[in-house]
Write a protein that binds this ligand. Sequence first.
Ligand code: DX5
Ligand code: ZN
Length: 222
Amino acid sequence: MNYQLCPSILSADFNRLGEQIREVEASGVEWLHIDVMDGDFVPSISFGIPVIASIRRESRLFFDVHLMVTDPERYIADFKTAGADMLTVHAEACRHLDRTLDAIHEKGMKAGVALNPATPLCTLEHVLHKIDMVLIMSVNPGFGGQVYLPESTRKIQMLKKMVQERGLSVDIEVDGGINSETIDLVLKAGANIIVAGSAVFSGDITENIRRLKEKTDAATRC
Ligand code: DX5
Ligand code: ZN
């Protein structure tokens, strides 16, 4: 199983973004979580395509782009050009989820689907076979630094079971409220891609990553 700690730059200091991404990369992380918010699907606005294109020039990390955007199919080609490796769209934000997944794959990117805390797993019933990664939101999307919603643990367990029963290989990502305590819960439940924003970027980035990565590295060895 491929376990990854995936720092979310939403909690970075944007005045020092390049420097902080270099520090993340030097700490041995391979994935970077990039939260795009449109002020419509979620209340806040973060950053968009030009920022991704700019950091792409400086970084070799795998760009895991989480689109909290209404009708994200409008921007698939633009995100590819900007340098995204994976696009994760919200099931709730797509009118034609199946078509959107095909369009992401046609552009040569991996395709993920995110589910808000209130969205049931059965939403994925008929598309799971064409998804590379399911993102279980463990907070309501829109802001960093929120508290982990405990019901997410059971949802991860149920998704893991669903994936195994179908003999699929789908990554399970969890996003929201992950810190050095909640990470144990979600790894045990079956998540393998672990997003952390404030737990990485508040304080000493290198030390925060060392502590969290210890856990994902241990899971890889199991
Ligand atoms: C929230 C974003 C998250 C956010 C997580 O809507 O999708 O990726 O950065 O932040 P923390 O880890 O601080 O909860
Ligand atoms: Zn995110």
